[in-house]
Ligand binder design. Structure first.
Ligand code: SER
Length: 874
């Protein structure tokens, strides 16, 4: 069975058992402050478990792209070294939302593994939760009894909270779990050592393949377990391991999921896989990492210096360094692997194929830049090597922080060079940095205070009205740095919560006693959260919610203009233009899109013109809510990669032939309201991503007025020329001509000066000595003069004094032979004598200058210098 068959069999097995097949959520998570990446199949269903949202089906099944490289579940260090951990992996899952529970979950799990996949029954083990005294949780005897139907008692093991109580993070839905493990060792090995003694001990051939979680609690921020209103099933089976078991392999990497990539990399490195441990590890790491990198980028996470972007960058650099060090890939190579992956996943995750060029471009750019710093970092280590034998904590940290070197890479290179690394010092530096960033992001959130139990939370009515009467359902207090504020959830609200690039509404909550300003509105999963500095005295009274109308209107201008811009770009620049990011507030609109080169001035003008034409057409808003996603796509609506859409979507159309988008934002009723669209600039944000910032309505007019006023001022300065560009061009030309003339006169000056200086040469012991006060216009000429004299007169001492721009100035120049013969040093002399004119200066041993403040000191300075030189030449 091929991996793709195994995946399909899973989905269809559960479909037959009444489950709805749903797509994977994006691997990158945008609106959950507790999670950057999807780390489990259940993430996208969190709100169903907590009861915040009602699922459209009680049973679902899917395969989910997951990433476990940060937070509670982090496998990064194991990847490649062992044979069964991954950064990105696929998790097959079947879900019950308040429907079936342990009995069916276990029964179907057994049926699928043994009857469909035909895994040998005698090699399977189940673990069940053994209880936990501190948490006051009992043994899961129910699961144990259910397993007894299929497995002998010795193959059902009780496990601790660590292995058999599953939690998604510090907080959130959780519950006891029952894992299914498989023993893939040889018959002989199995006879010698029993499988049960190896379950959960890290043996690569006795591995967990499926985790059945019985979700029944919510862990709150105080660490307490609160029972959920309903019981749910969340199962997760690692596809890669399952395929290894079914294909009777000993490593995930030996399955058809990875072999294509592995052989390809080996071929590029001109080696055979399986011949050298270190090279094999490198190949495995790369074949794993390229998946994580490609899919996170395809889902919209561009590598960067912080948060989720930094996680992607770290994985990418790890891959680059394995390639560089062990496979001798010294040129960018990771990006060339993308097409292979794109084809492999075309059927199940088409987003990669659809954005192949973009993803390649982003990766290539990153590789290029790390290969540059990698080289610099290596140089840095060379310097350390020359000077000492230890890489200090500071240097290791600098390598890590500035040159992007993972600490283990530093250690590896250190070993090759017989250097040691101060690991403790490095840890201290890391700790200092951690404390710094912890301080910067410290945010303490209390648990929700429930005011009212309501079926409906956060119903958004703001498409139709900007004012409504609501009730507070729950609120909590947040302490962030030195600021304290409140977050309030209402039963219904006209406040638009920041999402899809549109900033949240502001406005007020009006109670019988006062007007409480709402300074922001954001979304957390499905909850619409209002930010305020206080809460009403009487928390359960009805509240009038009023959105700031003017700000909303200005924001809507910019949001609709963004749609028009997107459509115009696709029409004029090309269909490859995809939205990569957007920001819309009451001042501007900022739109990031995939495109490979700078837009020309002509492009920009044409885009502006088209958008403004559409504005003048005064096209009415055509808004369709709740239409099936399939139908929306047929209407030509563009879905964005990395965005999660439900089965039913909202479609915003401005001229069905021009702009049709899936969008949850708010828009103008007619495009005419936008007034005037003006692009402020177009620039690059990342490899293959361009950015346009633009304004609408009065903001555009303001900008035009500002530009007009600049023009008027120029006009006045230039005394109203007929053709301003021509006049300015002439002024510039004139300036250039004058500059050339000045240069010419200066050269003449120098020539004249040279003649008169040469007349005043004093010969002292075969040395030509000139110590003179001259008149010269600038420092540069003085230097030129000195250097020309040096060329023309052998064995020269030339010391000149001048008054340049009202300041006393001295320059000292020695021919090389004179300098050596008399041990003279111009720099030292300047340092010694400059104080006579209240000055200072410096330079090189053969030529130095000094500038002072006290002109009247010049005669004395000259005397002292003459005395000094005479003495030196004695
Ligand atoms: N939530 C469980 C896990 O991630 C099962 O899906 O392992």
């Amino acid at each position: 069975m091929k991996a793709s068959d195994i995946r399909n069999k899973f989905l269809h097995f559960f479909e037959k058992k009444g489950h709805k097949i749903v797509p994977s959520a994006p691997i990158v998570i945008h609106n959950d402050p507790t999670l950057m990446f999807t780390n489990a199949g259940m993430n996208q269903f969190k709100d169903y478990f907590l009861g915040n949202k009602i699922p459209i089906a009680k049973r679902m099944v899917d395969t989910q792209k997951c990433l476990r490289v940060s937070g509670k579940h982090n496998d990064l260090e194991e990847v490649g070294l062992d044979t069964y951990h991954h950064t990105m992996f696929e998790m097959l899952g079947n879900w019950s939302f308040g429907d079936y529970f342990k009995e069916e979950a276990i029964q179907w799990g057994w049926e699928l593994l043994t009857e469909v996949y035909k895994l040998p029954k005698e090699r399977l083990y189940a673990t069940v939760f053994g209880g936990d005294i501190a948490e006051k949780l009992e043994q899961d005897t129910e699961a144990y009894t259910l397993w007894k139907k299929y497995l002998p008692a010795e193959r059902i093991l009780f496990g601790s909270k660590k292995d058999n109580f599953w939690e998604m993070g510090e907080t959130g839905p959780c519950g006891p779990c029952s894992e299914i493990h498989i023993d893939l060792r040889s018959e002989n090995d199995r006879k010698n050592i029993s499988g049960e003694s190896l379950v959960n001990t890290g043996n690569p051939l006795v591995v967990e393949i499926w985790n059945l979680v019985f979700i029944q609690y919510n862990r709150n921020s105080q660490g307490l377990l609160l029972p959920l209103p309903e019981k749910h099933v969340d199962t997760g089976m690692g596809l890669e391991r399952l395929v290894m078991a079914i294909q009777s392999q000993q490593s995930n990497y030996d399955t058809d999921i990875f072999q294509g990539m592995i052989q390809h990399i080996a071929q590029k490195a001109c080696i055979l896989y399986g011949k050298n441990t270190q090279k094999d590890i490198a190949i495995r790491v790369i074949s794993d990492h390229i998946r994580a990198i490609s899919f996170t980028i395809a889902d919209g996470q561009i590598p960067s210096n912080n948060k989720a972007g930094y996680v992607v960058r770290r994985i990418l650099r790890r891959a680059v360094r394995y390639g560089y060090t062990f496979l001798e890939f010294h040129e960018p190579f990771l990006h060339t692997l993308v097409p292979l992956l794109a084809i492999q996943f075309e059927e199940v995750f088409p987003e990669l194929k659809a954005q192949q060029d973009f993803v390649m471009k982003v990766i290539a750019e990153e590789e290029n830049s790390f290969l540059r710093t990698l080289h610099k970092g290596l140089k840095k280590i060379d310097i350390v090597k020359e000077q000492m034998h230890i890489i200090s904590g500071e240097v290791a940290f600098e390598l890590y922080d500035t040159y992007g070197f993972p600490f283990d890479l530093t250690c590896l290179i250190a070993r090759e060079n017989n250097l040691s690394v101060d690991e403790e010092g490095f840890k201290t530096q890391m700790q200092i940095q951690k404390e710094r960033s912890k301080k910067a992001s410290k945010m303490n959130t209390s648990d929700w205070n429930i005011v009212k139990d309501n079926i409906e939370l956060s119903v958004f009515v703001g498409y139709d009205t900007l004012e409504t009467v609501s009730h507070i359902i729950q609120y909590r207090e947040v302490q962030e740095k030195n600021k304290k504020y409140f977050q309030i959830v209402l039963d219904k609200t006209p406040f638009y919560a920041e999402s899809g690039g549109q900033m949240g509404d502001t406005g007020s909550l009006i109670t019988s006693k006062k007007n409480i300003p709402v300074f922001n509105t954001k979304k957390e999963n499905e909850l619409i959260i209002h930010y305020t500095d206080e809460i009403p005295e009487n928390i359960s009274e009805p509240i009038t919610c009023r959105v700031d109308k003017n700000k909303r209107m200005l924001t809507e201008n910019n949001h609709t203009a963004t749609h028009l811009l997107h459509a115009a770009l696709r029409k004029l620049i090309g269909q490859h233009v995809q939205q990569k990011g957007s920001l819309v507030d009451e001042h501007i609109l900022r739109f990031d899109f995939s495109h490979f080169s700078k837009l020309t001035a002509e492009d920009i003008k044409n885009v502006e013109r088209l958008v403004n034409e559409k504005i003048r057409e005064n096209i009415p808003l055509d808004e369709k809510r709740n239409i099936p996603i399939q139908k929306a796509k047929e209407m030509g609506a563009m879905a964005l990669f990395g965005e999660k859409y439900g089965d039913n979507v909202r479609v915003i159309t401005f001229d069905a032939k021009f702009s049709v988008e899936l969008c949850g934002g708010t828009h103008v009723k007619n495009t005419g309201q936008i007034g005037l669209f003006k692009i402020r600039y177009e620039s690059s944000v990342a490899a293959g991503v361009r950015r346009i910032e633009a304004t609408t309505a009065q903001n555009s007019i303001n900008r035009i007025e500002e530009q007009e006023s600049v023009l008027q001022n120029l006009q006045a300065l230039l005394q109203n020329p007929k053709d301003m560009v021509k006049t300015i061009t002439e002024i510039i030309q004139e300036k250039n001509t004058l500059q050339k003339q000045v240069e010419h006169y200066k050269q003449q000056d120098i020539a004249v000066l040279k003649i008169s200086l040469k007349k005043n040469i004093k010969l002292l012991h075969n040395t030509s000595v000139i110590i003179e006060t001259i008149s010269i216009s600038d420092r540069e000429s003085l230097k030129n003069l000195s250097f020309q004299m040096k060329q023309e007169i052998p064995s020269l001492i030339l010391i000149l004094f001048a008054n340049i721009e009202q300041k006393p100035y001295m320059s000292i120049l020695f021919s090389d032979d004179v300098m050596q013969k008399y041990k003279l040093n111009a720099n030292a002399m300047v340092k010694e004598f400059a104080s006579v004119i209240d000055g200072n200066g410096g330079g090189q041993a053969f030529f130095s200058t000094a500038e002072g403040k006290n002109i009247s000191g010049m005669p004395i300075l000259k005397q002292k210098i003459e005395y000094f030189i005479n003495k030196a030449l004695l």
